[in-house]
Design a protein around this ligand. Structure first.
Ligand code: S3P
Length: 171
């Protein structure tokens, strides 16, 4: 099975980009790159620490660099692009230019139970449901316009989502 170019997973926090992406990469025998992990490795700091010390704009710049580097690699990979990457028009353009973009779609209510217990999401604060609903309003159209394909992840487990993505990108 050959799928040319990178496969880039986008979507909100909790949509399953990391879980689905690492499984998809294993099936396709490709490297898996997670933009948050790239930022943490390059800076030797946590996402939370960068947000808290340097602010969101500084984090977004690092995130854009990490994404650009992943997309510039010639070896086709599966790339999980952190939830906020689509806010930057340059990121959106690069994803479309260098990859097949898949939006892992779920309504905010379905994401709330999936975002707990992880430290790299300082924006959620103490009102994850409210923050996710607001983010969805701002971002949904950006995810939709950037995506080549949309996969509903709210009612399917990660393996079913991987299967669906493979069907779509192989066409
Ligand atoms: C963010 C998503 C997070 C992380 C940061 C900001 C966002 O990544 O980059 O907390 O703005 O949506 P995940 O989408 O991998 O959770």
């Amino acid at each position: 099975m050959t799928v040319p170019g990178h496969i880039v997973l986008i979507g909100m926090m909790g949509a399953g980009k990391t879980t689905v992406g690492s499984r998809l990469a294993r099936v396709l025998d490709r490297p898996f790159v997670d933009s948050d992990v790239q930022v943490e490795q390059r800076t030797a700091r946590s996402v939370r620490e960068i947000f808290e010390t340097d602010g969101e704009a500084a984090y977004r710049a690092l995130e854009a660099e990490a994404l650009a580097e992943a997309l510039a690699s010639e070896e086709p990979a599966v790339i999980a692009a952190a939830g906020g990457t689509i806010l930057d028009p340059n990121n959106r353009r690069r994803m479309k230019d260098f990859g097949t973009v898949v939006f892992l779609e779920a309504r905010p209510a379905a994401l709330v139970s999936r975002v707990g217990g992880q430290d790299h999401r300082p924006l959620l604060g103490d009102d994850p449901a409210g923050v996710l609903a607001e983010m969805d309003e701002v971002r949904r159209h950006l995810y939709e316009e950037t995506a080549d394909f949309v996969v509903d992840v709210s009612s399917h487990g990660p393996d079913a989502v991987v299967h669906e993505i493979l069907k779509l990108v192989e066409r």
